[in-house]
Ligand binder design. Structure first.
Ligand code: WTA
Length: 662
């Protein structure tokens, strides 16, 4: 394919052939963790080794026990300790003489900028925390945040943390319906949102989506706060009853201070809804002590962050990556974290590199989908900027193919920056598998060994470890501080989803199953192969095929639908939909448009199907299960595997014909 060739053309043969890379002496000398003995130490001292993570925080009450595993798999970490996340991310830096250090550098799409020192953050978080209290928010009330990349988002998160109210951030790109589903599931009575934001030069109306979502919340909503991002470009929404303007609230609470609430380590810090195998998103529960310690520790050891660094993670805070590695990890360490409102290609394709140069970014963390896009656009964009401030690069969210890795290494890192390919999930809270940049040999395409203290394995169907060079399923055979504690109000689903597959409760063996396939090298390096459940990964965004299917089936005239992920050059995977219509409906362009619209309304534009194929039947096994594997093969134009177990083998060629005519 053309894209691949242009990527290849930019890599010299030398790089194309090299399959192992070492960090430079210069990097190693300054690295936070550079001694290989850390792996052994963590093993020898497990679980006490995790005090190293906890020691990165300030505790109100010291814990006496690191791990409480008396009720597996409901593990507790540092359980009798108390602390406050907002205090740890703000106050202690102010108190330690760093009040004038920049906490957040924000850049709007148009190039307007806002800078928050730790003192500025302290002031606004306190004022907003006071406002939340005034609106009636009490400790343990879930506050929903439906906001784009504006500084008020992390401020609201930290204000919630300050008063002990867990936040539930809903990605701004999600639809009104998705917002309502999440508010209903959490019985959240408070919403912080925004009038709109800028995308590719145009103001985008966010408030009508928020209002529409609110109208579908089943219980009463006590208060909504709206940030005015668009000013005169706004859409003229009036505030309704119970709706408040952010600036007005801050003005009313100017100078107010709220003492950080002493939270137990196991108290909930936040909820994050993520896609799973069923149509219903899962409310992943993270707690205050273990999560914060774990994100601080991995920010320190894997991202190598120092307080002096300017660090940029280009994810959206609406996803776990932004929670852990834009907000909590970096701020707990007192680092400067960069936030950018816009897209990488507006006003031009050099935008990110312009920002790296402008802010002299030291550490940059992004997703493979972005790297593949940069690669396609060409090296001249990064080539036009001085990227020499960079010290370390990272990737997350999906497998990175070796060529994209090498392109990143050469054209962004100038062959001087180590790359950490970090495997983790919403549920793990933080990074789990990655090389340590000051220690490990990097092998493009392979994330690396499990981090110190993490017991990740690749196993077969029976849970036995496979031999080097073999593929199987990834499992985690020991708990870790950043792990999810449960699915909100659904312990049963928590056990079904993550523990049932490989645990042996009778033998007291508890094994976490992340639902990823993986391969283990002879060197112990883990290569992630992707999800083995019905979750697909579009541009690093995790989507449930069932959620998309139920959106499609909700469209008038649709009888049945099956959705799979097909390979995509830039996005990694794209949504392929196969649809059976009811009698009397035809597979017209209009029908297709209505289906696409149905998905956008139910979830958001990120879930929009790349292709919709109408078919009279779906391939099913004799027991009536849709054979998704076959649909994936059809989507990818691959040779078809075994079809003998199909109840209706003829359907395959019908679908192929239909899809071909797409
Ligand atoms: C995938 C994102 C390969 C994986 C932090 C996982 C990866 C899912 C990597 C979680 C990586 C994440 N290499 N695959 N370095 N990192 N994944 O919950 O399939 O949005 O299960 O968390 O992304 O997605 P989530």
């Amino acid at each position: 394919m053309a894209d691949d060739e242009s990527g290849d053309g930019q890599l010299e043969a030398r790089l194309a052939e090299q399959d192992a890379f070492e960090p430079s002496d210069e990097f190693v000398e300054q690295a936070n963790v550079a001694d290989e003995s850390i792996y052994e130490e963590f093993e020898a001292e497990w679980p006490e080794c995790w005090t190293r993570a906890a020691d990165l925080l300030d505790w109100d009450e010291e814990y006496t026990q690191v791990l409480d595993d008396s009720e597996e798999p409901f593990y507790e970490w540092f359980a009798d300790g108390t602390l406050n996340a907002s205090y740890n991310c703000i106050d202690r830096h102010v108190e330690n003489g760093d009040k004038n250090r920049v906490a957040i550098k924000w850049e709007g799409e148009y190039g307007e900028t806002r800078t928050y020192t730790y003192q500025d953050l302290y002031r606004e978080v306190n004022e907003f925390a006071a406002a939340l209290r005034d609106l009636g928010v009490e400790e343990d009330d879930v506050v929903t945040l439906y906001m784009p990349m504006v500084p008020e988002l992390p401020i609201a998160m930290l204000a919630c943390a300050r008063i002990g109210a867990p936040h539930s951030v809903v990605f701004a790109g999600f639809s009104a319906e998705a917002l309502a589903t999440r508010m209903n599931a959490a019985e959240s009575r408070y919403l912080i949102t925004c009038d709109g934001y800028y995308r590719r030069g145009d103001p985008l109306d966010h408030q009508s989506k928020a209002n529409e979502g609110l109208s579908n919340v089943d219980h009463g909503v006590d208060a909504t706060v709206v940030v005015d991002r668009l000013g005169d470009d706004g859409f003229g929404h009036e505030l309704k009853a119970n709706q408040h303007d952010w600036d007005g609230l801050l003005a009313d609470h100017q100078g107010d201070r709220v003492d950080p609430v002493e939270r137990s380590a196991e108290d909930m810090l936040f909820l994050m809804y993520t896609s799973g195998t069923t149509g219903k998103p899962k409310g992943v529960k993270h707690t205050t002590g273990g999560y914060l310690a774990y994100t601080a520790w991995t920010s320190h050891s894997v991202l190598d962050l120092e307080p002096e660094d300017t660090y940029w993670c280009s994810a959206d805070i609406g996803w776990i990556t932004g929670h852990s590695y834009i907000v909590y990890g970096p701020l707990a360490l007192g680092t400067t974290t960069v936030m950018y409102e816009g897209t990488p290609d507006y006003p031009d394709r050099g935008r990110l590199w312009e920002l790296v140069e402008k802010y002299a970014v030291d550490v940059f963390y992004t997703a493979p989908t972005a790297i593949r896009a940069f690669m396609k656009w060409g090296q001249e964009y990064p080539g036009a900027y001085d990227l020499s401030s960079l010290r370390l690069l990272g990737t997350v969210g999906e497998p990175i193919n070796p060529r994209a890795w090498k392109w990143y290494y050469k054209h962004i890192g100038g062959e001087e920056c180590p790359i950490v390919d970090t495997w983790w999930q919403t549920e793990t809270g933080g990074m789990m598998v990655s090389t340590l940049p000051g220690i490990g040999t990097m092998k493009p395409g392979s994330a690396g060994p499990p981090l110190p203290g993490i017991d990740a394995r690749v196993v077969d169907d029976d849970g036995d470890e496979v031999d080097g060079g073999q593929a199987g399923y990834l499992t985690v055979n020991r708990p870790w501080p950043g792990m999810l504690r449960t699915l909100y109000r659904n312990d049963e689903r928590f056990i079904n989803e993550y523990w049932d597959a490989y645990s042996d409760p009778d033998a007291d063996e508890w094994v976490y199953f992340p639902e990823d396939g993986a391969k283990i090298g002879h060197d112990g390096y883990i290569t992630i192969l992707g999800r083995v459940d019905d979750v697909i990964n579009v541009s690093g965004h995790r989507l449930g095929t069932m959620e998309i299917e139920s959106a499609i089936v909700g469209v008038e005239g649709v009888a049945e639908a099956a959705v799979v992920g097909g390979d995509h050059d830039i996005k990694g995977e794209a949504v392929y939909a196969y649809v059976i219509l009811e009698d009397g409906y035809d597979g017209t362009t209009e029908m297709r448009d209505r289906i696409v619209e149905g998905v956008e309304d139910a979830i958001g534009p990120i879930a929009r199907p790349e292709s919709v194929t109408f078919t009279p039947e779906l391939p099913k096994t004799r027991s009536g299960k849709i054979m998704r594997r076959l649909l994936e093969e059809i989507a990818n134009g691959d040779e078809l595997g075994d079809t003998t177990t199909l109840r209706n083998p003829d359907v395959v060629s019908d679908i192929q014909q239909q899809a071909g005519g797409d």
